[in-house]
Design a binder for this molecule. Sequence first.
Ligand code: GMT
Length: 375
Amino acid sequence: MKIGITCYPTYGGSGIVATELGKELALLGHEVHFISYALPHRLVSFIENIFYHEVEVSNYPLFEHQLYGLSLASKMLEVIEYEQLDIIHVHYAIPHATSAYLAKQILKKNNSDIKIITTLHGTDITLVGLEPSFLPLVKLSIEESDGVTSVSRYLKEKTLTNYHIDSDIEVINNFVDTELYKPICNTKFKNHIAPNGEKILIHTSNFRPVKRVCDTIKILEIVNKEIPTKLVLIGDGPDRSKCERSVKEKGLEKQVIFMGKQDGLEDLLSVGDIFLMPSQSESFGLAALEAMACGLPVISSSVGGLPELIVHNKTGYIAEFGDVERMAKYTLELLRNEKKISSFAKYSRKRAVEQFDKKLIIPQYINYYEKVLEK
Ligand code: GMT
């Protein structure tokens, strides 16, 4: 198959899923064309069958705002026609699905066609898409796609009810390469972070308000009163300075390590004892899945798709979002009970391997492509 993939190329779960999917498809012999405004950050090494088309945004002085959605539609049209694509698979509805719809309309006028598949990832549906001015546009773009997938059952239900959509939505969960993300013992780094054998809590995100990163600091504050503990925060984004201020106010500078954006998460995650994800909204929780694959129990909020990923009292604990006391209580319970934490760690890894490994999920995308092409 010849597949065009459009995604946000920077940090973020939707871009990671899109890029890893493209890489796997290419390794299986499909031809993959990424269409975006920058090279996706996980496309680091050369893979045969992967091509990249950069969207250039025109900045004519009259345009006070950039016309990305339109430039993307034009580039899609160009690539579809020149490369004779079978499918264009867009990740994150706004504006990607709308640009694809526009390209398809132009193709139709030329008696040509393309199949559009839209994958819904999260805030495209639960936050941004619900803005009254965007809602009709997102609804139309979803309805006019030839196939729609969502990353959890939760997100599928939200889409059907919030947008009053009749069409079917296929649930295809996030996936992880469990041969890359696995428990490894990086003793040197662990000793560097926790020289006195302190316990380690870990969190990775893009520090947007929806991730509630400051809650991880509140959890650490409670836990550290009972058991010497460090908190490793990986990533960067709008809430980082707020979190740094909170750490200073609480006098926890020695306990909290801000690592900023990091590549090679697979080498870092295993140093942690527990992964924290206190999000206010999370359609699936890819970062938690990567931690589980590395053998970490996850303590998270109970929002969105997280209960579909984390098995309460087996691979971790879930608590109401904002309930930092309960999350801290669960953290202490695990840190104090060696038998329990190692059983949770084992089940986390097992669940990642048996339910969410890339070898299980990639074929679901391929089957879905075939189904859409046969329509
Ligand atoms: O929806 C977003 O906030 C953007 C997106 C991203 O690019 O980070 O994240 C979502 O997509 C991931 C991959 O499918 C999911 O694992 C995340 O749970 C989801 N984030 C939210 O729902 C907040």
